[in-house]
Every structure is written in C-alpha cells, then in structure tokens.
Design a protein around this ligand. Structure first.
Ligand code: CTP
Ligand code: MG
Length: 255
C-alpha cells in the first residue's frame, strides 16, 4: 500500500494572508483541493494523510468527506515546524502501507507523471525525490555580502516534492532526527542524516510551491493554459461526437 502525506499546517507568512495559504483560492477552488485532486488521479496511491493546524482539523475533515473524488483521507494536527507536521502525519499512516510519499500541500500543479516517476524510483532505491536542475548561477557569499565562490551549476538541483520513501526507512530517519534534535529543510535530508542514499527524479519547473502572491498569479496562468490546451484538443474532434463529449463533460463535472 502507498500513502501520501500532505503537510498543510503552515501559517503562510510570506503569502501575507490572514489565513493559511493552502486555503487561498486558485482558479475555482482552494490550493489544497487542487493538490489532493491531482494525487487522487494517481492509480498507485491508496490513501492520504492531510496535516493541518489543530484548529483546522474538524473543518478540513468535514470538507474532504463531501468530495468523493478524493481518496480515503485522515486529517491530523501538525506541529510548529514542517518536520513535526510530517512526523505527526507519519504516525497516522496505516500499518499496511509500505511506501510513503510526502508532498507539500502548497504545490498544486503537481503532475501524475512526476508522482509515478517518484513511486517507480522508490521501488528501486527506497528513497527518491523530485527535483529540477538549477537554471541561475548560484554564489556562496560571506557575512559582508562578498562572493566567496561560484559552485559548479551542473551539480546543483532544486528539491521539490513529492519525496518518496520506503516506510520503514522513513520511520527510522524520523526517529533518529528526534533523538539527535536534527531539523532538516526537507524530508530527504533526514534520510541523508542516517547515511542512506537518496535518488533524484526529474521533477517539473511548473511544480512550484505557492509561497508569495505572485505564485498564485503564475499558477492561475498555468491552469488557464491547461484550459486553452483542452479547448484546442476539443477542436480536433468531429462534430458528431462533440455533443456526446460535452454532455459527459458537463454531467461528469463535479468541481
Ligand atoms: N507546513 C506544515 N507545518 C508547518 C509548516 C509548514 O505542514 N509547521 C507545510 C505548509 O502548509 C506547506 C509546506 O509545509 O504546505 C511547505 O511549507 P511553506 O511553503 O514554508 O509554508 P508555510 O510555512 O505555511 O509558509 P511561510 O514559511 O511563508 O510561513
Ligand atoms: Mg514555512
């Protein structure tokens, strides 16, 4: 069994909204729903654990229970750091699961292709993360803002999510991090901390983390582009089956 954990218990400070940014409206629904619906389209994932702030647990579980397209879902309370939220999520994963994918709820543009690529690689390597090559030159600087050096860009990749792991390995890494008071900036760094290799899988530049208001504008544009692509595809069908297609689309469309 494969379970996906969605940390969604942040405060969204950089977004500047008075509420958690995963509830911000994107096109026709909240960011969190885009993310969960995208993962629900992956046939290999069995269930979800969504981690939200303690005061949001009841509201979110009620909301998710009304949406049949979303896979079976537990909603649990998170902690003050993302790592603590993921740990709480991990504690709620079914004992029957042997693989866990962790995905930021704030990355709504994730594709099934990238999810499947991570799952395939976890089967081989036990730990796999989606990532993309760095496109800008990165400089290491000192406390006076002076450039110290320029690392070779060809070795630098930007980590994304999903990050996928064999459950036993992830549990071991999270327990060790707790014992050592080790706080990593992503889940893979906890695996690195226990000396286990982590494999990179090609992610997608579109798979951005919604962090500040401009990211919502970008995501809207990407979703708009998808709608345009759909219309273009529709134009290539014959008039005879167009009416049937429209009927199924309209009747089958729930959200
Ligand atoms: N997250 C979480 N628990 C926390 C902090 C973050 O579950 N204590 C989640 C966020 O909800 C988000 C993901 O981890 O889906 C990535 O974190 P980030 O983009 O930093 O979100 P926030 O912490 O909410 O934003 P900010 O840092 O701007 O406050
Ligand atoms: Mg944060």
């Amino acid at each position: 069994m494969i379970t996906a954990i969605f940390p969604a218990a942040g405060k969204g400070r950089r977004m500047g909204t008075p509420f958690n940014k995963v509830f911000a409206s994107l096109s026709d629904k909240p960011v969190l729903l885009h993310t969960l619906l995208s993962f629900s389209r992956c046939a290999f994932i069995d269930d979800f654990v969504v981690v939200v702030a303690p005061q949001e647990v009841t509201m979110v579980s009620k909301l998710l229970n009304t949406i049949p397209e979303i896979k079976p879902c537990k909603v649990v309370a998170g902690g003050i750091e993302r790592q603590y939220s993921v740990y709480n999520g991990l504690m709620a994963v079914s004992k029957d699961s042997d693989m866990v994918l962790i995905h930021d709820a704030a990355r709504p543009l994730i594709s099934v292709k990238v999810i499947n690529a991570v799952i395939d690689e976890v089967k081989q390597s036990e730990a796999a993360v989606a990532a993309v090559p760095v496109t800008n030159t990165i400089k290491v600087i000192d406390e006076n803002n002076l450039v110290v050096r320029t690392p070779d860009r060809s070795n630098l990749w930007m980590m994304q999510t999903p990050q996928g792991f064999k459950k036993e390995l992830l549990l071991r890494a999270y327990e060790q991090a707790r014992q050592d008071n080790f706080l990593g900036t992503d889940d893979a760094s906890l695996i690195e901390h226990i000396g286990h290799p982590v494999k990179i899988v090609m992610g997608d530049y579109k798979n951005i983390k919604i962090t500040s208001p401009g990211d919502l504008v970008y995501a809207e544009a990407m979703l708009g582009k998808k709608a345009v692509d759909r219309v273009k595809a529709d134009l290539s069908i014959t008039v005879t089956n167009a009416v049937e297609l429209m009927k199924t689309k309209i009747l089958g469309k729930r959200l």
